[in-house]
Design a protein around this ligand. Sequence first.
Ligand SMILES: [Zn+2]
Length: 323
Amino acid sequence: MDIYIKQWNDLILYCSFDNTYKMAWSKALVELTVNTNESIKDIVKLDFHDIARLCLKYYWNQTIFFDLIQSSNMKKPPEIISSTRSLITLYFNKKQSEQPIRFEKIDFYSIGLALEFELTVKNIVRTLKQDVCWRFKNLNRETYEIYDLDRNKGKVFLNKNDVITLKEHSDFLFTIINYRWTQMLEGFNHSPRISRKVRAIDDNNIKRTSLKKFHQHLDLIFEDGKRKCFYCGENIADSEISVDHVIPWSYMFSDDLWNLVYCHKGENSEKSNRLPSEEDITRLEVRNKLLLDRMQNNNKDYDQLQIAVEKDYVKKFWISFKG
Ligand SMILES: [Zn+2]
C-alpha cells in the first residue's frame, strides 16, 4: 500500500473515539480533494467552512432519516450533533411537516433559514478547530503529518502529490471510513441494519415513498367508512390522516402492510422513533388477522400479509429490536 494512504488507513481504522467526529472530518477531506482541481497549485488549500458544510450534510442525512446516535454519551450529545438537530427542528417548523429530506436538496437561503444555517456551520467550524482537526492526526502518541493546519485561519494544506494520491484511493478511503463509522454507530445504536443505512445515505437511494397506496387495504378495516386512529381510537378527519409505521421505519427500513396503521398526524411525529408498547404490538397482531380476512386473495400485498401473520413477524421483529 502507498505509504501516505497507509497512514490514512491507520488513522481511520485505529483511532480512538467517543464520538464520530473523526469520521466526518476525514470523509469531508477526502470528498473535498476528490472535487479539487489540483492542476493549478503545488499546495491545495481546503477551507474549514467547506469541511463543516460536508460534516453537516453527513449528520443531517443520518439524523433526519435514521435518527442515528453519534456518541456514547446519551446525556450530553456532541455539540455538532446538537446544532444539526436544532437546524432540523427549525427546518421542520418552517415547513410545518416532518417529512425527511436530503440536505443536498435544501436551499436554506430561499426558505429563510440562511442565518441559522450559517450559524450552524460556524459552530461546526469551531468544534473542528478546537477538537478534531489536530486530534485526527494523532495515533499512539505519534503524529502523522498527512496535512498541515492553520487553525487560526481555518485552513488545511495538502501537497499536490498527496491530493493526487488521495483522489486515486478515494473509493478505498470512503469504504473504510464508512466501515469504521458503522462500527462506531453499532456501539451507540440499537436499531438494526446500520451499515445499510450508512451506505444508503451515500448512495443517495433512500426511498420514502408515499404510503397512500396502502389506503385501499387499510380502509377495509372500517366497515362504516370512518377511519379510526390506531392509537387513540377516535375518528380521523381526512385532513388529519396519516399512515404510521408501528415499528418505526428507522428500524424496519421498509413499508410493510403488516406494520402500517392509520393515526392522527400529530401522534405520528410524537412517537417518532420509539419502539411501541407490547399492548400496541398485540393489537397490531389482532388487526392483521382481521385485515387478512377482509382482503382479496389476489395480490402481492395479501401474500405478504399472509406470510407476516403466519410467521408472526410483528412480535418477532419487535422482540429482536427490543434486544
Ligand atoms: Zn389518534
